[in-house]
Design a protein around this ligand. Structure first.
Ligand SMILES: Nc1ncnc2c1ncn2[C@@H]1O[C@H](COP(=O)(O)OP(=O)(O)OP(=O)(O)O)[C@@H](O)[C@H]1O
Ligand SMILES: [Mg+2]
Length: 172
């Protein structure tokens, strides 16, 4: 049995912009739990490759397999719930929320987002928030940011912001 399976496989991915092949027949495998970098000169297709994997661009050919599922052309908002998330070079934290509040925003479909629940099921919302807050504190601990949990995220250093906030939408 393979104890360290591939979490991501890129198979013969090709993307043209007009006549220009920005990514040409690219294949790679990434092991679960590994930290993998990709390097190359300016214009060699790194960002295009990330955009293809993350569902922001559709390839001309080839496929992307994540956790044994073919996710080629699955849009990025669906990939989030499958556990694949693209981050960008510039952090976009919610500057006027604390580090804790920023992290509590991450789980999707919270009951409190529904106005009717807010009026009729406040105890359900509170219960859910308690679980989310505990999880957020776990992450804060993991990030070594305990001392900044109640600091406004806008006051963090660039590197600290990147660890807190990874749902940006700007490629710097
Ligand atoms: N939306 C687009 N339309 C047309 N051409 C594009 C588009 N995006 C990228 N390209 C071209 O595709 C090629 C690869 O660009 P890409 O941005 O993927 O390179 P990169 O490796 O990320 O470069 P850098 O290191 O400068 O960030 C370049 O020639 C670029 O001009
Ligand atoms: Mg780039």
């Amino acid at each position: 049995m393979d104890h360290n399976p591939d979490i991501l496989k890129v198979e013969k991915l090709t993307k043209y912009f007009g006549g220009l092949a920005a990514v040409s027949n690219c294949s790679l495998n990434i092991k679960k739990g590994s930290i993998t970098g990709i390097i190359g000169p300016n214009g060699s297709g790194k960002s295009t490759l990330f955009n293809l994997i993350a569902g922001n661009l559709k390839p001309n050919s080839g496929q992307v397999i994540f956790n044994n599922e073919n996710i080629t052309e699955v849009p990025s908002y669906e990939l989030f719930s499958k556990g694949l998330l693209r981050t960008f070079q510039i952090a976009h934290e919610f500057t006027n929320l604390t580090v804790l509040e920023n992290l509590m925003m991450v789980p999707g479909n919270q009951s409190g987002e529904n106005l009717i629940n807010a009026f009729l099921k406040p105890s359900l919302i509170k219960k859910e928030e308690d679980v989310i807050r505990d999880k957020a504190y776990e992450v804060i601990d993991f990030l070594n940011l305990k001392h900044l949990a109640n600091e406004l995220a806008g006051n963090l250093s660039g590197g600290q912001k990147k660890t807190v906030r990874t749902r940006e939408n700007y490629d710097g």
